[in-house]
Structure formats: C-alpha cells, structure tokens
Write a protein that binds this ligand. Structure first.
Ligand code: URA
Length: 299
C-alpha cells in the first residue's frame, strides 16, 4: 500500500489515466470501484432510464470512472455490415429519449427558444459530466452555419463552441475568405456537452442531440452549412461514408420542415493541426464555400 501511494507511482498512474483520456475528476470524492458490490441482475431493470454509453463509445468512455457496470452495458452489436452509404438503424438504448428530444425541438419556434430547451433538456447523460451547455456562437441568421463535433475542454469551460486552439484555426481559416465570427458565421456542434476525455460521442448521444441540431439549422436558416469533421458530417448527413470521401462535395440537406440547404463536409481543424499537409484540401473547400456564397448572391 505504502509503495502504491509513493509519489512516483501516483504520478505514473495519473499519466496512465491521461493517456486513456481520463483527465478530469467528475466528483469531489474518489470512489473505490473494487469496494462497490456489483448490482443484482434485476437492479439493472429498475435503474433510472438515463442513457448509457452506446456500442460505439470510445475506449476512454469504457475506462472512465463513471462507466456503468458491465451488467448494465448493452451488448456489442455484431460486426458492421458491408460498406454501405446509408447508416444502419442506430441501436438506441432509449429511443424514447430521441422522440422526446424531437418533440421538444419541434415545439420551439425561435433559436432563443431552442437554446432554452437544450439548456433545460435532461435526456443526454453527457450533461451530467459537463460543466456547461455549449449551444452556439456567432450571429444567428448569418449566411454560413458551421457544425462541429463536440465541445472540448476549453469550450466546456467557457460555454462557447470552437474557442480552443482548433477554434482559433477555424477563425483564421474563415477569415482567409473574408468571413468572421462576429459578422458572417454561426457556429455550433452536434453535441451540446463535452464527452468525458473528448471521446467520440456514441451514436445514441448523437441521435438524441441531432433532433435539436436539425431544428437548429431550420430555425437559424443559413444559406449554407459547413460540416467540420467526419463525426459531424456522418451524423448530419446520416451516412457511413468517411470524411476523406465526403469532403469538398456539396450535399443537399433536407430538413424536417421540407426545406433544403446546401451542406459542405470539410476536414476538422483539429485534424488540420495534426496533419498540416491537408490544409491544401481545406483551402480548396474554403474557396468552394466562397464561390457558393457568390452564386447565392450573398457576397
Ligand atoms: N471541436 C469541435 O468539434 N467543436 C468544438 O467546439 C471544439 C472543438
């Protein structure tokens, strides 16, 4: 015990946790999971209907201290089907939550109402570990709406999307074609709460928040939408196609009210920070946004 508690061992353990994406305490008091008796089988059925990590949750989610006991986790799905563009139906733990979210979102008639509804929504488990709800930034009604993946640490702290290093790159990229957050851009994410350790959001989490995001696009009425990164592009376009195939190709997004809006998938700025050589493709996408705005008579 004394040996385990030695500072070098604790430092090693913290580094090991960080390497697995476990980088924040989510409670004031540490819980000794080994000392907690696993729940009896029926307890899982009587547990509150909160959504749990879905079958595609990232590894950090599985290792996080708040992960549900194995007995409560849904079984892993069979191997993914052969490549297909349309996504297989999402194996939702709680389809009712998605229906609830849709109902709430549909009743909102302005972006301000939608924001209040998202802030009051308790159906996404990510809200419990996040510090803030990160709804949007920029100008409601701006011609360009950017939809990213999920808040990171900086966004969670400040309550605004894309304010960390990748957000600063995003700002510089759009400034290069003369568009600014203060005047021309409206920015949001497909998730309103930071996934612990920045893991990829599960399909269930995405599906629940997507009800709000689709209504968000309807109510904000941008001239075009830019989908930043593979997760946002796949989720909004409901496709399994990867970002490298999707990027740079305009899509028509049909919303639930029947309206349509052009949408361009592009590389995520965080990816560009890791892979600067891809900035060339990103620049080509930005020029395409510029050209499309001119065609639409916005510039
Ligand atoms: N990455 C995103 O996708 N969104 C943010 O808000 C920040 C980083």
């Amino acid at each position: 015990m004394t040996e385990l508690a030695a500072p070098e061992n604790i430092a090693f353990l913290l580094r090991w946790y960080a390497g697995h994406g476990i980088e924040e305490a989510i409670g004031e008091t540490a819980i000794d999971r080994f000392a907690v008796a696993p729940p009896a089988a029926p307890a899982a059925e009587t547990a509150p209907p909160a959504p749990v990590a879905g079958p595609v949750a990232g590894s950090a989610a599985g290792a996080a201290p708040a992960a549900p006991p194995a007995a409560q986790r849904p079984p892993r799905p069979a191997a993914p089907p052969a490549p297909a563009v349309a996504r297989a139906p999402v194996p939702l733990e709680s389809p009712q939550l998605v229906e609830d979210a849709r109902g709430v979102a549909q009743r909102c008639t302005t972006v301000a109402e939608l924001e209040a509804a998202v802030r009051a929504f308790e159906g996404c488990a990510l809200k419990r570990t996040a510090k803030n709800t990160v709804f949007a930034d920029g100008v409601v009604g701006a011609p360009v709406m950017i939809v990213g993946e999920a808040p990171g640490n900086d966004e969670d702290r400040q309550g605004k999307p894309f304010v960390g290093v990748s957000g600063q790159l995003l700002d510089r990229m759009f400034e290069a074609i003369g568009l600014s957050r203060a005047r021309d851009l409206y920015i949001t994410n497909i998730l309103f709460w930071r996934p612990p350790g920045n893991r990829t959001p599960t399909l269930s989490e995405q599906a629940t928040c997507m009800a709000f995001t689709r209504r968000h696009i309807e109510l904000a009425r941008p001239k075009l939408v830019v989908l930043a990164g593979g997760t946002a592009a796949k989720s909004v376009l409901d496709t399994t196609e990867g970002i490298m195939r999707l990027r740079g190709k305009w899509q028509t997004l049909t919303l639930d009210d029947g309206s349509t809006v052009p949408a361009l998938p592009t590389l995520h700025p965080a990816y560009l920070l890791r892979t600067p050589a891809s900035k060339r493709q990103s620049w080509s996408d930005l020029l395409s946004v510029d050209a499309r705005l001119r065609e639409l008579g916005v510039r």
